[in-house]
Design a protein around this ligand. Sequence first.
Ligand code: SAM
Ligand code: SF4
Length: 319
Amino acid sequence: MLIDRLGRKIEYLRISVTDRCNFRCIYCQSRESFKFLPHSEILTYEEIEEIVRVACELGVKRVRITGGEPLVRKDIEVLIERLSKIPGIEDLSLTTNGYFLLEKAEILKRAGLKRLNISLDTLNPEKFIKITGGFDFHKVWLGILKAFELGFEPLKLNMVVIRGFNDDEILSLAKLTLEYPWEVRFIEFMPIGKNDLWRDELVIPVKEIKDLLETYFPLEEVASFGGGPAKVFKWKGAKGRIGFISPVSEHFCSRCNRLRITPDGRLRPCLFSDKEINLKEYLRNKNRDLREAFYLAMSLKPEKRELKNTKREMRAIGG
Ligand code: SAM
Ligand code: SF4
């Protein structure tokens, strides 16, 4: 069992399998300092499998694959298939920008992937180009429909809301839940990495977003899947749900049930803290027990997050 000194039980592992990404989202990475980890530094699939196996022995039940963009890593379905067979895993999910879903959704489903979260910050193709650094909205939209058709459920869409940039689309994104049984989630813009865009005034607190949506129709609270950080609501009669994630305005640290692993094999107890444990030292030394690294992470998990720019970029932590 992984229980930290504050009694928080850790059951959820997020693994960033690459810091590389085809997109260049304005809120995720600084355009100047663009440097990728060398391939030799990245954990192999065998190493990730071993880490997950040990984590599951210690009580982890849910695993999410993220990045960077996980679908740019070669043969990602091979990893999914291996992880899906590890005893103890109850939920295996992946977060993606959706660009390669048209090609990859079916193969991922067959490999044993259960759920998908897809980033979608706008429904406007021109704005999509500006946010992502030049990519085609329609391809992502078709990928989302494909994933839906294949039965990935619940399908979650994540929108990072930035004041003056895409806040005029909050209602249109939320209205997707009238037509589709998806969970549309609004996320506050966080100051991760050397983010040169982030400023306090660009953050829209989720309370403001919720108030705006309630002027359209009152929202009713519903239970969230897996007790995660999102507070989830729905409009009466809607097919889908609306989630709010408030890392900036209202931290959810007392409910935190997760650990993160970076592409270069650092176990990270908190998204906002640069304290990390080098798992490669455990993996590559037969005298060291990987379980000790997880126990150490329990003692390093802070009581609550300190909101500050981290040394690593979001793509090299795994959002
Ligand atoms: N490439 C994949 C994607 O975009 O879904 C997975 C990795 S991405 C780093 C994971 C999540 O982090 C995405 O939902 C993205 O919107 C979110 N994210 C990235 N930078 C963020 C920031 N500064 N504030 C809030 N969320 C952020
Ligand atoms: Fe890439 Fe995801 Fe970051 Fe966008 S949010 S740049 S898609 S890692």
